[in-house]
Structures are given as C-alpha cells and as structure tokens.
Design a protein around this ligand. Structure first.
Ligand SMILES: Cc1cc2nc3c(=O)[nH]c(=O)nc-3n(C[C@H](O)[C@H](O)[C@H](O)COP(=O)(O)O)c2cc1C
Length: 323
C-alpha cells in the first residue's frame, strides 16, 4: 500500500498507544509483521519548546521502521513548526496528526478530537502540517466526530484529500462513544467510498477473522490494531498469514507466548537499563499472561519483579507448574 511516497508492506498496522508504544513495543510489532508502527501522540508545543522528555519520545532506529511520529496540537503554526523540526531532526517515514484523542488533558486545550468541532481549524492544522513536513507524507487519525449527533468524518476526509494528506485512519467511534459499544465499521465503508486516498480502518479488530471482515465489509486499504496487540505482538503475524493464505496459523503454546514476553523484556532492559527496565515491563507482562490458566495468581508476582532474573524465575516456575 502506498501512503504518498511511502510504500508499506502488509495491511495490518500497529496503532499509536500512549504510555505503551515505546521503542521495545514497536520493535516487537515490527518483528512480528506490523506494516508500520507509530510513536504515541507527541505534543507539538513540547517539540517547539524543545522539552527533553518530548524530544526523546521521538527517537527511533531502523529496527522499528517504517515508523510514523504522531503529533497533536490545536495551533496551526505550532503544528507547522513541529512538523518542520520532526522532518529535519528525526525524518520519520510518516507524520500522523492526532484528531482522535478524547483524553480530558488534551481536549481541554482543544487538541485531539476537540479539533473536529471546528473544521476550519482542522483544515488549517492539516495544511500547516503538510507544509512543514518537507515532503514527508502526512496522515491523519480521526474519530467519526465529537459526538454521534455531528459526524464529520466524510467532510474531514474530503478536506484531507484536498490539502494533500496522504491517508486517513478512522477509529469508527465518536469522542462521546469513548471505547463503549461496537465501533461503527459502516462509517469506514462510507469514508472509503468518499475519498481516493487510502483509508485505514480502526476499532475492534481483535482477531485475524476481524481483520479480514473489516477489509471485506468496508473496502478499506488496511486495518490498524491497538488493544489486541497488548501482550500479543504475534497477532500481526497471525493476521498477515490469514490475510495472505486464508489459513489460521496454529495457536502458539504457553511456552512460546512466554518466550515472546522474555524477548520483549530483554529489549526493554536493553533500552531502559536493568533498574528501570524490569519495572517498566511489569504492565506488559500482565498483558502477556492475560487469559492463561492461573493468571490471577501469576500477575501479582510479575508486578513485583525487579530484575530480568526475577522475570525468568517467575515464568520458569509457572511453566513447571503447568506440566
Ligand atoms: C492505552 C491507549 C492509548 C492510546 N493512545 C493513543 C494515541 O496516543 N494516539 C492515538 O491516535 N490513539 C490512541 N489510542 C487509540 C488507539 O490508537 C485506537 O484507535 C483504539 O484503541 C481503537 O483501536 P482498537 O480497538 O484496535 O484498540 C489509544 C488507545 C489506548 C487503549
């Protein structure tokens, strides 16, 4: 699939997830077949103020590419300047604009999905970002609108196409929909029929069958997977296999699943060090063991690990008890 000048292989993308999509998470997604990964959303204001924490969130290497840096902000000039800085300093494969975040802290400053209440501003932000991006393709990620009464996705799609946006991801819920109820995939189909630039469908794609069904029902060019990838990076491999062959790969054993968790832990420790790495890994380990037999007893132990050795010991003991 082409997103502007960027060609990505595969039709399953790894969603940006704030507080989750760090470098190890992205490497795991790419290793297991995600077509592209994203940073979590990054404040355009933080970038133009050169805040060190913000800047470090944008660092990436070859093993997590293709990669998109996702920006948010409510001021066109800030978004232009941030896109300029990102394009020169980091040169990602893609710059994505967040028009979907419903979190109060972001919406209060008129960022994220709040921008969709004002389509003049939405257009200005898109134009400014494209102008600042120095030829790097710019995509947008939207919800259907601020609330269910005022859907704007078709209009935003038309504007996006007009101002040179390279692709639109639609999380098929409004802001007021939060994460409740089923995503309205019908909206993705309507958007796909409305515009010519690629449409990426998002919302409730949890299994390989879901991925196929979303592609079939909506005609979208690719799907984006968020929550189903938590503790489960092999989902990308499974989805790719199913989309390419129509066959489901045999489910991975508990032992293999935990080997994937160990690989993730090693990457996290390599990135953040032997002190912070294991602590950062606790939440992810909780996701890896979700649904496994005896997970409720295992999880509290994983939440106390201090070292890679602790992680390996807890997982080894668990595996021994299973046989
Ligand atoms: C913990 C969490 C963090 C998220 N952070 C972001 C973000 O930084 N940027 C963004 O565009 N969407 C963010 N999202 C939304 C997801 O990218 C995605 O649109 C949403 O989870 C629906 O997809 P899913 O049903 O596959 O999870 C976040 C979602 C979750 C659950």
């Amino acid at each position: 699939m082409n997103i502007g000048i960027l060609n990505i292989k595969g039709r399953v993308l790894c969603a940006p997830l704030a507080g989750v999509s760090n470098r190890p998470f992205r490497i795991m997604a790419i290793r297991f077949g995600a077509a592209i990964t994203f940073t979590e959303m990054i404040s355009s204001e933080g970038i133009i103020r050169n805040q060190s924490k913000t800047m470090s969130m944008m660092d990436f290497q070859l093993d997590e590419q293709p990669l998109g840096i996702q920006l948010f902000g409510s001021k066109p000039e800030s978004m232009r300047r941030a896109a300029e800085i990102v394009s020169c300093r980091n040169s990602p494969d893609l710059i994505d604009i967040n028009f979907g975040c419903p979190v109060k802290k972001v919406v209060r400053k008129n960022g994220g999905v709040a921008v969709l209440k004002d389509l003049v501003l939405t257009e200005e932000i898109m134009r400014a970002t494209v102008e600042g991006a120095n030829g790097i393709p710019v995509s947008i990620k939207i919800r259907t609108g601020w609330d269910n009464k005022t859907p704007v996705y078709l209009e935003v799609g038309r504007i996006a196409e007009k101002v040179g946006i390279a692709a639109v991801t639609l999380h098929a819920r409004s802001r007021s929909g939060g994460f409740a109820g089923a995503a309205r995939w019908e909206a993705i189909r309507e958007l796909k029929e409305e515009i010519k630039i690629p449409v990426i469908g998002n919302g409730d794609v949890r299994t390989p069958h879901d991925a196929q069904r979303m592609l079939d029902e909506t005609g979208c060019d690719a799907v984006m997977v968020g929550r189903a990838a938590l503790g489960n990076p092999t989902i990308f491999r499974d989805m790719n296999t199913f989309l390419e062959t129509g066959q489901l790969p045999s489910p991975i054993s508990v032992k293999e699943r935990l080997s994937v968790a160990r690989m993730h832990a090693e990457l996290t420790i390599a990135e953040y060090g032997s002190q912070s790495g294991p602590k950062m890994m606790r939440r992810y380990l909780g996701w890896y063991v979700k649904g496994l037999p005896g997970a409720s007893k295992l999880r509290p132990r994983l939440f106390q690990v201090e070292t890679l050795n602790d992680i390996n010991c807890v997982l080894d003991e668990y595996l021994q008890q299973l046989v």
